[in-house]
Every structure is written in structure tokens, then in C-alpha cells.
Design a binder for this molecule. Sequence first.
Ligand SMILES: Cc1ncc(COP(=O)(O)O)c(C=O)c1O
Length: 368
Amino acid sequence: MRTANITIDPAALTHNLTQVKKRAPGAKVLAMVKANAYGHGVAAVLPALKQADGIGVATFAEAMEARQLGWDKAIGLVEGVFSADEWQQAIDNACSCVIHHTPQLNWALENIPAEDSPARQVWLKYNTGMNRLGFDEKTVIEAAQRLHDAGYQLILTTHFANADDRDHPLNATQIQRFSDMLEYLQQHITPSIEGSLCNSAGIVNFSEHHHDWVRPGIMLYGSSPVIDQSAIDLNLKPAMEFSARIMAMHIVNTGEAIGYGSRWTAEQDTRTALVSIGYGDGYPRVISDDAYVCIVDANSNISYRCPIRGRVAMDMIVVDLSAAPVDIALDSKVVLWGAMPHVDEVASHAGTIGYELLCRLSARPKRA
Ligand SMILES: Cc1ncc(COP(=O)(O)O)c(C=O)c1O
């Protein structure tokens, strides 16, 4: 049987959540599980994240999935709702919504949840420089006042544009704008307004600005959120292993080329393995020539680093077995990403980020 597997390690998720809590001991944690938990599968991750104070999702459907799976703590809808009907559904399902523009503000003011409803807590989005979601300096004050007067509890929130790069000048601007506004609202409206600024990179790079809620995503899954430290440097463990099996072995003779476009030509007779994985599973076609996989010999359990040769096809890749023993077992496991290579490294060979590789895995691999 063709095998391409996605395996999730709950212990790694819990470990990574613990790292978040160690870095932000005073903050509540909204664990981001949007986009099917960054491709890991919501059902697979929720049990391991039960020590989080809440989860963050991008769509109401994602919130419903989590509720159906039994998640009974806070759910934050980080883009808020898209209609007045959805606002009612958010109330009915105890979701706490971002309010980032006037229509959402109006839906909230026209339909106020019961006093004990979790939907009474709203995340008021302030645009501090990302220029996607959020009210500007003038309108956020008015929105905060109206929401407060209507009985809502407020969390002022914003999102970094460049937190992965600690020295980027916009970070200081965003931090300043956010802190000034939070202080202003606390002084002029109510001291009980909370603040939420940091995603994973902010948690790592701006420890003095964690405020009341942090919102880690990628670091929970074991990837590094910052440009100057690796996942290992940060003591994060990859939560996903993406693997396949050797389906056949060949010798490619000197001068022969491999795969579509005949992109790689053997300079000497080369032992190769055909591996049952391709871009139809979510492995990037644009991977560069220096990319590699790790093959775990089923005979010895020893792992060998083997480069990919030729173009990634829809259903298979070819791997150079020169570094592996001659008697390596057919059916040996081939790790596309996991402990090694790390998804961040694979992403760098594909000109993208780990987030994208994780999120765009297809439905075809078997999920264990
Ligand atoms: C509002 C918000 N907060 C937090 C996060 C988590 O970001 P990261 O995965 O970089 O930690 C995201 C993800 O894009 C987000 O949109």
C-alpha cells in the first residue's frame, strides 16, 4: 500500500506550550489553531493544548469544529464575524470575537450578549502599523467607549508586522502606539481593559511587552518564529513528522537523467530510491537541488541524509542513496520533515516559510 504519513506528537505540542508559558509566565495563552491547527489537524492538537486559556481561530467554521470536539474553554475569532447572523452564532457558541471595523461594531452594539456570556468579551483591534485589520487612533477610542458603555469587556489587541526581525524599526513604533493607546483607554474608559500584542515572534523577541494575553501559533508546532534563532535554539520540538516509504530502488547509469525535465544527470552510476511522495501530498515542487530527506533503514534503524535528485512530481520523488548502505531495506521510512530535516529547513530550500508547508499539506497523506 502506498504510504505517506502525517504523524502528530502530542508531547511535543505540550512541551512547546510549556515553553510559551515559561517565556510569558504572567500572560494568558490563546493558542492559535486556525487553518486546521497549521495543518496538524485540530482534533489531533486540542487534547495536547488543554492547558491553554483559549484557542484562536480564523473562521466560525473552525470555532464550531473545536466546539464539536468538546473544547469548552475560550475561543477567539481573530478576524471576528462576517455578518450579523454570524455574530448571533458566535454568541450562541460562546465565542469571543475580534472587532476590527465599523460593521462588526454595529452588529455588537445592536445585539448585546447576556451578561454572563463569553461573547461579552471582545478583542478590539487597533491598527498600529500592519495596515490590514483594525481601527485607527481616533476611531478606536470611540469604539472602545461605545463597547464599554454597552457592557462589553475589552481586550485591546494588535498584530506585529515584523516581530520575527527584532531590529526592524516598525516594532518599536507598534509597541509604542499600542502601549500608549492601552494606557489611554485604561485611564479614560476603564482600568479593566486588557491588552494582547504578541504572536510567537513577539513572545520570543519582546518579553517585556507580553501584556495580558499572548497568542502563540507557529512556536506551538515547533517551528522557530524568529530569523536569528532556530527551533533547537529556542527548545521547541517539531509536532509533525511527514514521511513516506521507499517504493523501489534503481541504479541510474552515468549520463542518464532523472524525472520530468531531465533536470539531474548522473555523473556516475548512482543508487536511487523512488519515494512515494510528491506535490500531490503537499511536498513543495519548487524545492532546490540541495534539499534532502532522512531515510531510516528498516534493517538497522540508522538514519541517512539523502539528497533529492530531479524534479518533485505529483506522486513521487527520487532520492540519491549514495550515503546509505547497499542493503538498505525496501519500505524504509523516508522523513520529508520532522526532527530532521526540520520543516523550517525544508521551507528555506523551497523559498518559503514553515507555516506555508504545514498549512498546504493535501488531504492525501494518511494522518495517524
Ligand atoms: C491575530 C493573530 N495572532 C497570532 C497569530 C499567531 O502567529 P504566529 O503563528 O506567528 O505565532 C496569528 C497568525 O497569523 C494572528 O493572525
